[in-house]
Design a protein around this ligand. Structure first.
Ligand code: FES
Length: 197
């Protein structure tokens, strides 16, 4: 009942994204746990896809095929549902996913204007990933911190009371952290131990 017509395309180079065998095995292994814990038979397709996206950060091709298998429908049907709702993403998020809250409180307090600033600064639109894969940008529903509206979540960090001018500062902090990380990698573990002594 399932087929394999779903081939996500890399938004940067425009080619079909490849998955290596090891990645596929990892996805299949992790999908077993997701399908068991969500009682896939009695769960709606959308709820199941939400659980998959929560786990992986997006909907890997192999996971969609497993969902199709579990629900006894074609992978084309699963892809159709996933592409209908803009809450689902088909490509891996950037290293620092930016989620701009567009819930009511954030919307009223100017969330749309801040989303526009993110788009301009990152040079991408909603649902896209920057060429260096450092950032992705998505709009999300209420993240549960309405008192701090408007809110953006960057990686795991929640930024409240956002202003258009906050975006540049957050990006600068991310870039400095990236530089530090690269420097540490270049130094290698031995040099880092020496420096710490
Ligand atoms: S509406 Fe944005 S945090 Fe609730």
């Amino acid at each position: 009942m399932y087929d394999s017509i779903y081939f996500p395309v890399d938004p940067v180079c425009g080619e079909v994204m490849s998955h290596n065998a090891e990645d596929e095995l990892d996805v299949l292994e992790e999908m077993k746990g997701i399908l068991e814990s969500t009682n896939s038979d009695g769960t709606s397709l959308v709820t199941l896809l939400q659980a998959v996206q929560r786990h992986f950060g997006y909907l890997p091709r192999e996971a969609m095929i497993e969902v199709a298998r579990a629900k006894g429908v074609s992978s084309a049907a699963v892809f159709g549902v996933a592409s209908f709702y803009n809450q689902f993403r088909m490509i891996p998020p950037g290293k620092h996913p930016v989620k701009m809250c567009m819930g009511t409180a954030c919307h009223i307090k100017g969330g749309s204007a801040i989303l526009k600033v993110w788009e301009t600064k990152l040079g991408i639109g909603e649902g896209e990933v920057t060429e260096d894969r450092l950032y992705s940008l998505d709009r999300v529903a209420c993240v549960g911190c309405c008192a701090m509206a408007p809110v953006a979540v960057v990686g795991e960090e929640v930024h409240g009371n956002m202003m258009p001018t906050s975006v540049g500062g957050i990006m600068l902090a991310v870039e400095l952290a990236e530089k530090r990380e690269r420097k540490q990698e270049e130094q290698g573990p031995e040099n880092q131990e020496e420096a710490a002594q």
